[in-house]
Design a protein around this ligand. Structure first.
Ligand code: HCS
Length: 577
């Protein structure tokens, strides 16, 4: 196809033209310095309407409501916090009247202006409630999209996205973060991690706006398009802002701005418009430059297992180096750690987080399972604190659904859930949480009857979990399969069955695999030798992500030697060190 969209939105892949700036246009239209832009919806609706009409006449097919700051926390600055519904409703009415059937209306939600804890003092739940209130008003007034924009913090974006999906699951959500010129948001998120986190949480369109000009946004758009299958949106400023005589000035003229349209399109964006400093003339030039352009061809991405922290993404895949999952944040069998956690101290937990990453762990398992404590509170605290300290993505390891949800909510990334078994309560309670929070799942082949002994029966249990997960909306790229290690001194076939299970997983399902290794050697002498030999066998059979003690030297050596033997380090560079 080869067109700019009219008003039909059936095909998300078509080219759509957003409007340009609202804030700077209102300033030009008489908004007093320090005045509340959203109050114009009541005091001067004709000014707002005029701006919308000018954008539609310039060729916008989606216009944004004048509600960027119409949330309780923002309106609070003007003493208008009790007028959320009124200001949002008025804004949608004005936009819809201006649009008629010529354009769709996107309900704009901007940041609260405060940082969510632990970066700031705003509680996640307060931010969530704030967005929920605004999204409800926008949905009730009849917006076609939500657009959450100019966010500099992934956690705030997550709160707003969750709130939007809660309020009106059928309204598509556009999620646009703002990046600095180092290519990260102010709170450190890179576009790849953002795309992974938000696409799995159900964002419909993912993009970038504000802060930079079109030239600087081209690489960000490219990365977003290479990191998720969602349509990509972009709304650059009219160039990099400059301070002239104490006034912010956007230097890029309409023609220059428009000329970047085809480049942003080629980079992968199909929703294009403008942010601060752009005017109807910029949008007219953008539309003219895009007229007749073919949409970019985007092949669906291979469905690989990606996890992400706030600032780093990690892929577990058979064609990539082994990913070590650190097992040390787990009080099982560790009296001192358990006592500390019981007393509410996270000192050792935090040390383990930092030290395991130093020792080579690329994902961290977090288990706070101490009897008699408030598991929900403990998991929330641990996840929050660890996410502050390291950039390794986390596996939330619990059998308690409330603790799991607390951990997933608090985590500013894409977590792994450890674990989902084939047992009814796990299937019922955990899979909807995985879907809602965009988490991946570690599938553990345990059924209501216990642990299947043979590889074939383990495969059956896994197939059952994966089938149920897919019914809940999960997909390829969401699964890590545990081969389940039993003790060889209790069952002489334990090792052989694990090796067979790994092979079956790879041949029949193709999803990456994991396992906790050290179980194998209970009761045997010279456990380190048994463990490292077993590890090497498992790597040869296709193990992708061992859950292990990263401080264990013999295991690290076995990993390096295996990498050399299996062709991942053919010159033995890592091994010889
Ligand atoms: N849509 C808003 C974004 C501000 S960063 C505006 O004012 O144009």
């Amino acid at each position: 196809r080869n067109h700019v969209s009219g008003t039909t939105l059936e095909e998300l892949a078509m080219i759509h033209i957003f409007d340009g700036a609202m804030g700077t246009m209102l300033q030009a239209g008489g908004l007093e310095a320090g005045g509340c832009p959203e109050l114009m919806n009541i005091d001067h609706p004709e000014v707002v309407r005029h701006i919308h009409e000018a954008y539609i006449e310039a060729g916008a097919t989606i216009i944004e409501t004048n509600t960027f700051g119409a949330s309780r926390l923002k309106l609070d600055h003007y003493g208008l916090e009790d007028r959320v519904e009124e200001l949002n409703t008025a804004a949608v009415r004005i936009a819809k009247e201006a649009a008629g059937t010529r354009a769709k209306v996107a309900g704009s939600m901007g940041p609260t202006g405060r940082f969510i804890s632990p970066l700031g003092d705003l509680d996640f739940e307060e931010a969530y409630a704030c967005f929920k209130e605004q999204a409800s008003a926008l949905a009730k007034a009849g917006v076609d999209f939500f657009i959450i924009e100019t966010c500099i913090d992934i956690q705030e974006m997550r709160a707003a996205l969750l709130a939007s999906k809660e309020v009106a699951p059928a309204i598509p959500v556009i999620c646009q973060l703002t990046y600095s010129d180092d290519g990260r948001t102010v709170t450190g998120t890179d576009p790849q991690s953002a795309a992974i986190i938000l696409s799995h949480m159900g964002a419909d369109i993912i993009g970038v706006n504000c802060s930079l000009g079109p030239e600087q946004l081209v690489p960000i758009v490219k990365t977003l398009a290479a990191s998720c299958d969602c349509p990509i949106s972009v709304q650059p400023n009219a160039g990099m802002p400059q301070l002239v005589d104490g006034v912010t000035h956007f230097p890029m003229g309409p023609e220059d701005f428009g000329s970047w349209g085809p480049k942003l399109l080629a980079a992968g964006a199909t929703y294009l418009g403008g942010c601060c400093g752009t005017t109807p003339a910029h949008i007219r030039a953008l539309r003219a430059a895009l007229e007749g352009q073919a949409e970019p061809v985007r092949e669906p991405l291979p469905k690989r297992l990606w996890l992400a922290s706030r600032s780093r993404s990690v892929c577990v895949d058979k064609d990539l180096p082994t990913v070590l999952i650190g097992e040390r944040i787990n009080p099982t069998g560790r009296k001192k750690l358990a006592a500390e956690i019981r007393e509410g101290s996270l000192l050792s937990v935090k040390k383990e987080a930092v030290n395991q990453v130093k020792a080579g762990a690329r994902l961290l398992d977090v288990n706070m399972g101490v009897a008699g404590i408030d598991a929900t509170k403990a998991m929330k605290q641990a996840v929050t604190e660890i996410a502050q300290l390291t950039d390794a993505p986390l596996a939330i390891d619990t059998s308690d659904a409330a603790a799991l949800e607390a951990g997933l909510r608090a985590y500013p990334g894409r977590a792994l859930i450890n674990s989902v078994t084939a047992e009814d309560d796990r299937i019922r309670d955990f899979l909807p949480l995985a879907k809602k929070y965009g988490a991946a799942i570690l599938c553990l082949p345990i059924t209501e009857d216990g642990v299947p002994k043979t590889a074939e029966d383990r495969l059956k249990a896994i197939e059952y979990i994966v089938g149920k997960a897919k019914e809940n909306g999960l997909n390829d790229g969401d699964f890590l399969l545990d081969a389940l290690v039993m003790t060889v001194s209790a069952d002489k076939n334990a090792c052989r069955e694990v090796l067979k299970t790994l092979q079956l997983y790879r041949q029949r399902l193709g999803y990456p695999s994991t396992m906790g290794l050290s179980n194998i050697s209970f009761g045997l002498p010279n456990r380190p030798l048994i463990n490292s030999t077993f590890f090497a066998m498992c790597l040869a059979a296709g193990l992708d992500a061992p859950i292990m003690n990263p401080y264990d030297e013999s295991m690290q050596k076995a990993l390096k030697a295996s990498a050399a033997l299996l062709g991942d380090d053919p010159c033995g560079l890592a091994f010889s060190q």
